[in-house]
Design a protein around this ligand. Structure first.
Ligand code: HEC
Ligand code: HEC
Length: 108
């Protein structure tokens, strides 16, 4: 009698465990889908960011030397001309300006 009962209860235990496992699996799969959707959204957001329309650094006497420099190094010079009292102040509605070359690409 004991044998049958314990066989029954391990059977029961297994079933329960199995159900919990597959619930966890479903949860993990759902979380993965949420995560992927989030990444996709973020990717599209960055892909569509204003960057594309943003003016490129022109190839001219003022900017030519920056094409050969590291970005961080080049950015130290921007403000000597592009400052509120300088030659070419930034437009009034200019976005935050810390890293010029993130937005104003040198390619092209
Ligand atoms: C020696 C002065 C000088 C420095 C230094 C300088 N610029 Fe300029 N920049 C100008 C002048 C003058 C213009 C406007 C005339 C032109 O398009 O060349 C200009 C125009 C621009 C434009 C607009 C181009 C367009 O198509 O309308 C961008 C963007 C720009 N600069 C970014 C930068 C960045 C980023 C840096 C630093 C890496 C930088 N500049 C450093 C003088 C300078
Ligand atoms: C967050 C992105 C971003 C950063 C960082 C940034 N800019 Fe801009 N900048 C823009 C956008 C967007 C515009 C307006 C659209 C355009 O004309 O490119 C603009 C416009 C300009 C213009 C006028 C362009 C024109 O055609 O009249 C200049 C000059 C300029 N930025 C220089 C700079 C400099 C110098 C820095 C660093 C101190 C800088 N930007 C950092 C996004 C940025």
């Amino acid at each position: 009698m004991n044998y049958k009962l314990s066989a029954f209860s391990t059977q029961l235990g297994k079933g329960k465990k199995h159900r919990i496992m597959s619930q966890n699996k479903t949860k993990i799969i759902l979380l993965n889908i949420v995560f992927l959707a989030f990444c996709g959204g973020l990717f599209l957001f960055l892909w569509n960011a204003p960057e594309e329309k943003t003016a490129f650094i022109p190839h001219d006497d003022n900017h030519e030397r920056f094409f050969a420099m590291g970005k961080k190094e080049a950015e130290k010079f921007c403000e000597s001309c592009h400052n509120p009292e300088g030659e070419v102040p930034l437009p009034k509605d200019h976005p935050p300006e810390y890293r010029c070359l993130f937005c104003h690409k040198r390619a092209k």
